[in-house]
Design a binder for this molecule. Structure first.
Ligand code: SAM
Length: 332
């Protein structure tokens, strides 16, 4: 089998698929205000996503993540999960969601073949949760978490972006959840995008909180953090545990601890672009050739080209920020 190996000898086996750019929240660091959305015909159809994925699997991809926008905004997502799960060679399908409507869909998604979910949650306080998400209701997310666990979409992981002066007063509350309720919390460093307006002024880039700072706050107040292996995952998080806990605390220090050396990812945007790196604007259009009748070999060639375009590492440190899209248009 031909494999996807980039110019830095990294094997690509993980495809992140954004199924829509629509979202039912307006998180201050992601999309704080109403933005133009893609039209229906601009978004890849399920058959198109399935075909692209099938070709990726023929090149060694075995793990998929569905994201968005908010993936649950796409009608009948279980139908897509079912189509993807039927591809021979797929080992793991996960989804990143804000959890707002997850309670309604969790069982159907699990029945269709979804393996697990990550739920984004930045505050445990109702008022602040609403401030950070613009529209959200915390109880909806809790119901989503519960439904996901009940449906077997485990481990349910919580993604938390920490901003100083906004939600850094809750670091210990999130850590306590790993001890008291067995949560798996992952702290993600805020990643700057050139077109970001910092939530229309609700925060600034110097309010980002590094992983080291978060680690230190937890260790000082709650005890030593012991390194552990992730229970399941394909990503760059480094996992730890407080003494005598079942939950875990993960750190995704995209900015302060560049983990590009182990990158195993390729991204597919909702409007049909192969994106080699989250934090780089390079893309290859796959939708236009697909709709013009490209062969399977042609798709494989485009994928190989996309992987060959991967840079050694992101260039945030040199102040080269992604400018053509924001996070909600890529999916994280
Ligand atoms: N709507 C889904 C959700 O909320 O999980 C999926 C899409 S969202 C873009 C995926 C993840 O990206 C979320 O966990 C979100 O917190 C994170 N995210 C968005 N903008 C970010 C940024 N600028 N830096 C770091 N993480 C970000």
């Amino acid at each position: 089998m031909t494999c996807l190996i980039d110019g830095y000898n990294r094997r690509i086996n993980y495809l992140r698929i954004s199924v829509t750019d629509h979202c039912n929240l307006r998180c201050i660091y992601c999309t704080a205000h109403q933005v133009p959305r893609l039209r229906h015909d601009e978004i890849l159809r399920y058959e198109e996503i399935e075909r692209i994925t099938r070709m990726a699997v023929s090149l060694g991809v075995n793990s998929l993540r569905l994201t968005g926008g908010e993936p649950l905004m796409r009608p009948d997502l279980p139908a897509l999960v079912k189509m993807l799960k039927a591809i021979d060679g797929i080992k793991d399908i996960s989804m990143t969601t804000n959890g707002i409507t997850l309670a309604r869909h969790a069982q159907e998604l699990a029945d269709a073949g979804l393996d697990r979910v990550n739920i984004s949650l930045d505050s445990l306080k109702e008022e602040k949760f609403r401030y950070m998400t613009g529209l959200g209701k915390l109880s909806d997310v809790y119901e989503g978490m519960e439904a996901a666990a009940k449906a077997g979409l485990n481990p349910v992981k919580i993604n938390t972006v920490v901003l100083s002066g906004v939600n850094d007063d809750e670091i210990l509350d999130f850590a306590a959840k790993t001890r008291d309720e067995g949560w798996h919390v992952r702290f993600i460093e805020y990643m700057p995008f050139a077109s970001d307006d910092c939530g229309s002024g609700k925060f600034s880039e110097n309010q980002t909180v590094s992983d080291d700072t978060i680690k230190q706050i937890i260790a000082t107040n709650m005890g030593e953090l012991n390194p552990v292996m992730p229970s399941r995952g394909n990503g760059p998080a480094k996992y730890y545990q407080l003494p005598n806990t079942t939950g875990t605390i993960g750190f995704i220090g995209a900015v302060t601890s560049c983990f590009c050396a182990t990158c195993n990812r390729l991204r597919l945007t909702a409007d049909g672009k192969l994106r080699p790196c989250l934090l780089d604007d390079d893309e290859i259009d796959i939708k236009t050739p697909l709709r013009a009748g490209i062969s399977d070999e042609g798709i494989i060639e485009l994928m190989s080209q996309a992987v060959a375009m991967k840079h050694e590492k992101h260039r945030l440190g040199e102040e080269i920020l992604p400018a053509s899209r924001q996070m909600w248009q890529i999916g994280g």
